[in-house]
Design a protein around this ligand. Structure first.
Ligand code: ACO
Length: 216
C-alpha cells in the first residue's frame, strides 16, 4: 500500500531512512557519512524532516504496516528566489549539500528557460527503498503516485535530482526527460574529483516532466 506521510509518521520514517538511505545512497557511501553502525547524521535528519512537514510525501507499507519505501517531496515556486543554504557544521554532509546546491541551481536555470510558464514544481527530494524490496518497481510506483498528487494539486512540473543510477533509471522509465547531467568525475576541487561513488553511479542527473497544463 502507498499512503501519505503524516507528521505523526516522522519518527518511523526517519528510523527507516537511518537504516537504508543514510547508509546506502551513493554520495552518503562515497563520503562515509555514517561511520559507525548505530550513528546518524542529524543534519540529514533535519533535511528529511523539513520535507515531511510540506505534507506531500509518500511511503510504501506492507500489509503488516512496515515501511518499505519512502519518497519525500517538496515544493519549488519558480517565481520565488531559491533559499540560500545555511552553513552546515558536518563537513561530510556539507560537501553533499554543496554539490546539490550547485547542480540544483544549474538545473533550475535550464528548467526556467524551458518551462517559463510553470509556477509550482513538485520536487522529489529523497527516494529510498528497503534493501530487501529493491528491483520490484516500488520506487517507480512511489514516483508515479507523487506525480498523481502533483497533477491533482495543480503542479505544472515534477522534478527529480538523481544521485543514483537506479533512481535515474526508474524515473526515465516513467517517461521523464533528463535536462541536466553532471558527471561525478567532472565535479572537482583543487583538480580532484570530490566524489568517487561506486559503479554504476557515475553522474547526478536532473529529470523533469510536465504534469499539468498551466497558462502563462
Ligand atoms: N541492480 C540493477 N538494476 C537495478 C537495481 C540493482 N541493484 N536496483 C534497481 N535496479 C533497476 C530496476 O531494474 C529498474 O530499472 P528497469 O525499469 O529498467 O528494470 C530501476 O533500476 C529502478 O526500479 P525500481 O524497482 O522502481 O527501484 P527500487 O524500488 O529498487 O528503488 C532506489 C530504487 C530507490 C534508487 C533504491 O535502489 C535505493 O533505495 N537506493 C539507495 C538510496 C538511493 O540511492 N536513493 C536515490 C537517491 S536520488 C534521490 O533520492 C532522488
Amino acid at each position: 500500500e502507498i499512503r501519505a506521510i503524516k507528521e505523526t509518521d516522522q519518527e518511523p520514517v526517519i528510523s527507516f531512512l537511518r537504516k537504508f538511505f543514510f547508509k546506502d545512497e551513493p554520495l552518503n557511501v562515497a563520503v562515509k557519512l555514517i561511520e559507525f553502525k548505530d550513528s546518524t547524521c542529524v543534519e540529514l535528519e533535519e533535511f528529511s524532516i523539513k520535507s515531511i512537514k510540506d505534507g506531500i510525501s509518500l511511503m510504501a507499507i506492507t500489509n503488516s504496516g512496515n515501511i518499505i519505501g519512502v519518497c519525500l517531496n517538496g515544493k519549488i515556486d519558480q517565481n520565488e528566489p531559491e533559499e540560500e543554504e545555511e552553513e552546515c557544521p558536518n563537513p561530510k554532509f556539507s560537501k553533499i549539500l554543496k554539490l546539490l546546491a550547485y547542480a540544483g541551481k544549474e538545473g533550475s536555470k535550464i528548467i526556467a528557460e524551458k518551462y517559463p510558464d510553470v509556477e509550482k514544481i513538485m520536487f522529489a527530494k529523497i527516494l529510498s527503498v528497503d534493501g530487501a524490496w529493491r528491483g520490484k518497481g516500488i520506487a517507480k510506483e512511489l514516483m508515479d503516485r507523487t506525480r498523481h498528487i502533483g497533477r491533482e494539486q495543480g503542479y505544472g512540473l515534477m522534478r527529480v535530482d538523481c544521485t543514483s543510477y537506479f533512481s535515474a533509471r526508474a524515473i526515465a522509465r516513467l517517461g521523464f526527460e533528463c535536462v541536466y547531467e553532471l558527471k561525478y568525475a567532472d565535479y572537482k576541487e583543487n583538480g580532484q574529483a570530490v566524489f568517487v561513488p561506486e559503479h554504476p553511479h557515475n553522474a547526478l542527473t536532473i529529470y523533469v516532466q510536465r504534469i499539468s497544463c498551466t497558462s502563462p
